[in-house]
Design a protein around this ligand. Structure first.
Ligand code: HEM
Length: 139
């Protein structure tokens, strides 16, 4: 699966609206994630606000690399291996994806059109699939 020019444009543009509210978005994201699956909460040992910042940072790096996603594959693979050590399983990626899309809807409001959601779904799927494949190879 690859991204269309239009999807890259939609994700890049919408991300610009998330950047100024990244801290809030991080908090919203984890709030939603633990609402969707409270059993995930104990997996997070550190401060959740700084965890939110780390997540937003990585998403920012990915958004900036959308035209050359191959460049960030090694970093995603390393991250996936660390995630195996955190106890992350394949099925968790679905829940994280849902929480992320919900957060984008909250953050973007009316600007979060069907097309924007589809574009972000494609981006998240690419990242998650890369991570899940690397995790499977580690196992
Ligand atoms: C697009 C997918 C994801 C991204 C970009 C992402 C990003 C990150 C980043 C940047 C960190 C900081 C530590 C590190 O780099 O190793 C982290 C830690 C962590 N992530 Fe993820 N993650 C993703 C998916 C998931 C999923 C599906 C879960 C499952 C619940 C998860 C659970 C965790 C946990 C438990 C930690 C460690 C937190 C702690 O030590 O307090 N992540 N993640």
């Amino acid at each position: 699966m690859s991204l269309t020019e239009k999807q890259i444009q939609l994700v890049t543009e919408s991300w610009q609206s998330v950047v100024p509210i990244a801290d809030t978005a991080g908090k919203l994201f984890y709030g939603r994630l633990f609402e969707l699956d409270p059993s995930l909460r104990p997996m997070f040992k550190g401060d959740i606000t700084s965890q939110g910042k780390k997540l937003m940072q990585v998403l920012g790096v990915a958004v900036n690399a959308l035209n050359n996603l191959d460049n960030i594959i090694p970093a995603l693979e390393d991250m996936a291996q660390r995630h195996v050590a955190y106890g992350v399983k394949e099925e968790h990626y679905e829940t994280v994806g849902q929480a992320l899309l919900w957060t984008l809807q909250q953050g973007l409001g009316d600007a979060c059109t069907e097309e924007v959601i589809e574009a972000w779904t494609a981006v998240y799927t690419l990242i998650a699939n890369t991570m899940m494949e690397a995790a499977a190879e580690t196992a």
